[in-house]
Design a protein around this ligand. Sequence first.
Ligand code: GCW
Length: 682
Amino acid sequence: MNIQGEDGYELWLRYRPVDHPERLAQYRSAINCVVAPGTRETAAVIRSELARALPALLDCAVPLVDKPTGNALVVGTIDELKAISVFVSSDDCRDLGDEGFIIANGERKNQSPISNFQSLTSTIITGNSAPAVLTGTFHFLRLVQTHQDIRALDLTSRPRIRHRILAHWDNLDGSIERGYAGRSLWNWDALPEKIDPRYHDYARACASIGINGTCLTNVNAGARILTTEYLEKTAALADLFRPYGMRVYLSPNFSVPMRLGGLTTSDPRDPGVAAWWKQKVDEIYRLIPDFGGFQVKANSEGVPGPQDYGASHAEGANMLAAALAPHGGIVLWRAFVYDTAVDADRAKCAYKEFVPLDGMFHPNVLVQVKNGPIDFQPREPFHPLFGAMPQTPLALELQIAQEYLGQSKHLVYLGGMWKEILDSDTHAQGPGSTVARVVDGSLDDHSTSCIIGVANTGSDRNWCGHHFSQANWYAFGRLAWDHALSGEAIADEWVRLTWSDDPHVVDAIKTMLLGSWEACIDYMTPLGLHHIMQEGHHYGPDPGFNAAPRLDWNNVYYHRADAKGLGFDRSSSGSNAVSQYHSPLREQFDNLNACPEKYLLWFHHVPWDHRLQSGATLWEELQRRYDAGIGFVEEMRGIWESLRPRIDPQRHEHVSRRLEEQLENARLWREVCLKYLSRFTL
Ligand code: GCW
């Protein structure tokens, strides 16, 4: 047991000595030495990770040698291995793509994908590209960190989604929009000369979970990031992240041709505007040859866009896409729009604006859709755009930062939420048309795909503010790589890597993680309630808020409490948002008695005395939910306290304090919401 103080900086890459005598003996005999012959920068990263990890994990020297002798760990691309006479048959690597990897060892020589492999007992990590081998290396280290049996490995893995990106809402002044873990990691003033060693640790963490892109700047964008000065700073970061297999993306402001270029318009149909962008993009690629592309917020929340000139989202996106296409870059065009002129129900707006544009986007445009139709609420039904734009690849945008879920003060594990979304069946092409299949491109046969998560990282020593928020960064990466993994399996891994392999600790922390999301829903927004957080910062409750200039910036707009009942009527007799879903979902959501209770108040204005499945009235059930949510936070506090002897004191104390705050805030939610709602029920 390790009870030294830890500050959380090492994340899930702690590499503590294997605390399992039998496995330790197995690992020591399986890995006498490492052969990693690559000459690229990525190979140096791989060697340095192995040199850091293996001696620490195995608590013995593990020399790096030139030729495999004894039981070696042999790591390199297929070509690099060929050069040292280790051959992998071409059949075996055909399906790997450029990011997939193989981990295998010779004890299964005849069945394993390694052909002509000389040593029966060596272990090989290989793939078609150096970054693929790096991902495989981290995967192998994870097996050792979690004390798996490595004697008969025959493992092939490739990502289901092409672009797996962290989106930083970081401003150039170092502040972070919706950031709850300190300042931005990017020290723009010091770049490009000064490279913070922390950038490497950020890249290691991302690469270890399969993230292959980072969008460095806020979607609410200024103009400065596209100046040559800032592009040179960006290039320094891109150079640094490249060996880790990560590409850099930026978020431009759509009116930048006027703001930087001195043009009189930013109309995407204006040839001068298109030429300005082409020139700017060419400049970017001269500095950053593998630049990923642009993530664009346009005509949303007051941000400029093509509609300012009467042009469409497709025209705006395509103009940028044309500039990026010759270089292989993509446009992630966000569908987070809610113009009240389009529909009085905010939840319906994006669908109404974007569905008519299906088929009009250039092939290197992905339309980026948040998981739900409002805005990263504790729970939303999936966004109806999923399954409604078959001719357009749709990127799924998730928010790792818990803007509406207690930020970095509440322990809320989001793996379950994201799985609920990914597993939701859109029925677009009959049963089995899940959001996951829309996003990975398999449903509509798209060759490109993307998942993007709004990062929760910052300059705090533990990266995410709350030690447990690290689990959400981790879960995002693991699901982005393989959305078939379960939230539970990911939680299990994360706990073993981050806290301890002691079964008691693993079970206890998993109980906390796996119940935490439903608990948060219960004490904040049970039964489909949404957007009743305090205005502006979105922490804490304020269901009565009604002072904003726009109707849909008020909380009363979302819950519609009155003497009759509670909830937003989006049924066919209300806003008819249900019509945006395919059958049989639309009928199910439309029917008060068939609608899943988790979405009840999302789709219906429900009478206070309506009876739920439990037999309780709506009002009784609400009270029960608030109590249950708080009860779970109390339970988490108890579990955590019981772990005190088994967890290092520094992190234990930090989490204890956060749990106290969470409990206090959860109680406030119950008090404020029930008091407010009781005005209508009594
Ligand atoms: O979640 C909301 C946030 C805004 C954010 C916006 C968006 C970047 O409250 O801060 O702006 O969504 O996603 O564009």
